[in-house]
Design a protein around this ligand. Sequence first.
Ligand SMILES: [Zn+2]
Length: 352
Amino acid sequence: MNYKVFDGHNDTLLNIYQQQLGKERSFFEESIYGHVDFPRARRSLFSGGFFAIFPPPTAELMVPDPEDHLTEDGYDVPLPSEADPEACRKVTQDMIDLLYDWEKESNGQFNVVKDASSLEESLLQGQIAAVLHFEGAEAIDRDLKNLETFYQQGLRSLGLVWSRPNAFATGVPYRFPSTPDIGEGLTEAGRDLVRKCNELGIMIDTSHLNEKGFWDVVNESNAPIIATHSNAHALSPISRNLTDDQITAIAKSKGVVGVTYSVNMLRSDGKMSTDTSLQKIIDHIKYIADLVGVDHVALGSDFDGTTIPDAMKGVTGMPELVQLLKENGFSSSDLNKITHGNWLRVLKETWI
Ligand SMILES: [Zn+2]
């Protein structure tokens, strides 16, 4: 089985940057902690993906625990307040530096890719390709002055928000059951940011955006619409998941949805239970493929950023997941698209 997995979202940088969170592990030594490190990735089909920078990594800004915010029929986690842009810029620069340290240390086995041909070459050579992604635009100046500097440093993908507000947009709070239609859409600065990203060829990620913000991106952007780590709301009615209309709009733009392994976004009861079968991941992939076609669904694990099924273990669960996709009737052409081809197509179309 030779499928290469290019994955829509991981928080491995954050995990290793924030030593307490990552239990002081290093990227190049195999650990029993976390989901991804270089040795485990190499033997588990993992050929790269979007490496997120999520600032600032302080304890109160970790993904909140829904168990602390229970309601009668689910949970409602309040939106954290805006993060300090200055602190975010510092942490962002630190994590960019860390990513390039890994590239240096890897002896050509781990590449920070900035164009489609180096991404293709990295996949072909069986190396690991990292796309520098920001999960939230806090580090970007409201007047966008430093966006080009980040672009020069390798930024090629940007999520406007994490689940909190910033100068550009508002993230959707974690609420179950709930539609994603909570709060206001993009600010004027947010719309400027979308246009500037189009100009530079930076991919825009709509995961974590509320629904009004999502539609604002659809109206403003001339690139394929992407959700790097979101699932089908029809199967798991949490505010973070995508409605059928949103998935249809993504497909219409020739974009893609990366299905995440976050248990509360997989399960129909929204629970943070790790006793969740791998079949649930397949069910979301199948649902999206049936709704809009196999060209518009890919993987977006959220490794090292969330609670995943025990059965997945971490990146070492990838071969089993691919095998299960096969058993569920996906052809080898489908599998090539889902595991990496769709991401590659979208990046080729978006990057300039
Ligand atoms: Zn996320």
